[in-house]
Every structure is written in C-alpha cells, then in structure tokens.
Design a protein around this ligand. Structure first.
Ligand SMILES: Cc1cc2nc3c(=O)[nH]c(=O)nc-3n(C[C@H](O)[C@H](O)[C@H](O)COP(=O)(O)OP(=O)(O)OC[C@H]3O[C@@H](n4cnc5c(N)ncnc54)[C@H](O)[C@@H]3O)c2cc1C
Length: 298
C-alpha cells in the first residue's frame, strides 16, 4: 500500500514490510530506526506515515478466540470480526460508519460510531499486545490501558487486541428526512436521544436527515415531533450516491453489524473521492459549534 484510501497521502516510507509471523515482526521492528504500522489506510491524514519502514499486518496469522472477552489479531477488518462475533451470538456495542478498517487502526484512533451511550471502539479494549521499539512483546491491561489504547500508532505495533463483547442483538434503521435545521440545533439532545445510535447529515442551507438505529425490543425512534418524516425509500448519506452501498433501512430489523455501520462491507464506503474532517466539542457547545459551521457553509 503506497497511498491512503482517499489518495491524498502518498506514504514516504523508504521500506515496506508485511511480516507473516510474530518473530519476523519483532525482527523488523528491532532492526529499523523508524517504523510505523499501517492498517487499512483509511485515515485522511499522514497519521500512519513514516520515512522509515511502514509495516502492514495483513499477512500475520489470523486470531479469534472467545472467552470473557474476544481476542483478535490487530490487522483483522471490522467486517470480518463482526461476522465471526455474530456467528458466536456476540456483538460489539458500536460500529463506525464503515466496516472496512482494521481493529488496531480503529481503536488506536478512537474511531467511533454514534449514540449517547456508545463509547468509542477504544472503550471496549480490555488488553493489548504490542511489539515495542526493542522488538519486545508487551501486554497492557487494567489501569495501564489509559493513554495506551488511543496512541495513534506511537507506542509500538499492536499485534492483538482483547475486546469486551455483548450478546448479539438486532437493530432497525430508519432515515428521517426534512428535520428542520433549527430543530436539530435547538433540540439536539432530544434528537440524539431518540435511538440507540443516531447520526445527522446536513446539506446546507437547511436540509437535515437523521439516521436513527434502534435496538429491537426498545421503542423505535419517532422523530415526527420535529416535523420530519420517514424517508420513502433507501438513502445514501451523500444525496447523489446510490443507496445500494448502504445497510438496509426502512425499519427492517437485522443483525447489529448489518445496521450500525452506514455502509455495507462489500461496497466502497461513502463516495470514494473525498476528504473528511472531524472536530470534537463538548455536547454543551454542540449547538454553538453547528451554528458556527453553518455560517461557513458557502
Ligand atoms: C469513508 C470513511 C468513513 C469513516 N467513518 C468513520 C466513522 O464513522 N467514525 C470514525 O470514528 N472514523 C471514521 N473514519 C476514519 C477511520 O475510522 C480511521 O481513519 C481509522 O483509523 C482507519 O483505520 P485503518 O485500519 O484504515 O487505519 P490507518 O488509517 O491505516 O491507520 C490509522 C492509525 O492507526 C495506526 N495503526 C494501524 N494499525 C496499527 C497497529 N497494528 N499497531 C499500531 N498502530 C496501528 C496507524 O499507525 C495510524 O496511526 C472513516 C474513514 C473513511 C475513509
């Protein structure tokens, strides 16, 4: 992999390495002045780049072992992990919009889904196994995890991750269109409390669609109080794109991993030629932040 998924970053690595065993990985790390791991290359920034050796874990042995947590190899794609968990009647509590990325790339960047009660994927980590600069393997768990999980690849190459899992659950997804911008801003907490996982997509000046994902068994989201209405057909977050790339909507119940991500694993996530940026603000400042962003919309 010589460039990231979006194509805006060409990696500056002098060498590329894809070790196929732990011993080989340890030797590559210990014998290199500078190394960095790359996952699926979906980050839009130079965060995975290095001028030294860029290491991919794609050829490392696959690991999937279930106990009180699930232990997986760091390079496993979330889509694969989700399918294996679901086959074991287990689930992750949350999924980002796309399942194409690696477990390590997700947890070390605090990749997140949406939902008032859903922490980032990093919050599910119970232990990590890392190859550090000397080539040693270090296992981190308990209190030492603070500051270690969301390390942006800076502490070493993660080789395996143990994650907390839940019993598998079903989710239904409904897209609500025509939610007024003013209501999103003034009643933000109520909009985001309307379902287990909620995302809002805005095409300025004032068209808002709210994607509400409800756990089956809980009351499904009802955003009719906003003046919005259920979309009459399947939608893509980017209005010009085909909804074929998206997980099933229309309130049809299905497995957690086929509803919580917006995009299906077998298709290009989102548009494919784009750059995304994220800003994190405290919830109490969200309305002010949205208002400031709206002023920049032209
Ligand atoms: C279309 C699209 C939609 C997205 N949607 C969301 C979303 O809904 N929510 C969200 O939070 N993010 C989202 N992202 C961002 C994405 O989740 C992050 O960029 C994530 O880091 C990508 O994982 P990756 O496997 O591609 O990692 P990379 O981009 O390859 O690497 C990211 C970081 O992880 C480190 N890393 C990777 N593997 C290892 C390892 N084995 N050991 C140590 N460090 C490692 C790298 O060094 C780098 O610092 C989206 C990105 C795209 C392209």
């Amino acid at each position: 992999m010589k460039a990231n998924w979006a194509g805006n970053v060409e990696y500056s690595a002098a060498r590329y390495s894809s070790p196929s065993s732990l011993a080989e990985l340890q030797s590559v790390v210990a014998s290199s002045d500078h190394v960095h791991a790359v996952g699926a290359g979906h980050s839009f920034s130079r965060i995975a780049d290095t001028t030294g050796t860029l290491i991919s874990l794609d050829r490392m042995p696959r690991v999937f072992s279930v106990g009180s947590t699930v232990r997986v190899d760091a390079g496993m794609r979330l889509a694969k992990l989700a399918a294996l968990l679901d086959a074991s009647d287990l689930a992750l509590h949350s999924m980002p919009s796309l399942p194409h990325i690696t477990v390590a790339g997700a947890v070390t960047t605090a990749t997140h889904g949406s939902g008032d009660t859903c922490g980032s994927l990093a919050s599910a980590v119970r232990s990590l196994e890392l190859v550090t600069a000397t080539g040693d393997v270090v296992t981190v768990s308990g209190a030492d995890l603070a500051g270690t999980v969301v390390s942006l690849g800076g502490l070493g190459v993660i080789v395996s991750v143990s994650l907390e899992v839940l019993p598998a659950f079903q989710v239904s997804q409904q897209v609500w269109e025509g939610v007024p911008w003013e209501t999103l801003v003034s009643d933000l907490d109520a909009v985001f409390a309307s379902a287990y996982s909620v995302s809002a997509f805005v095409s300025w000046p004032d068209s808002v669609s709210v994607w509400a994902k409800s756990r089956v068994g809980a009351p499904p989201a009802d955003l009719s109080w906003t003046g919005g209405r259920p979309a009459p057909g399947p939608r893509h977050p980017v209005p010009t794109q085909s909804a074929e790339h998206c997980t099933q909507q229309g309130g049809v119940p299905g497995p957690w991993h086929e509803r919580l991500p917006h995009f299906r694993a077998e298709f290009t996530p989102s548009v494919g030629a784009e750059l995304q940026t994220e800003y994190f603000v405290p919830r109490s400042r969200a309305a002010a932040a949205l208002t400031a962003l709206s002023a920049l919309s032209p």
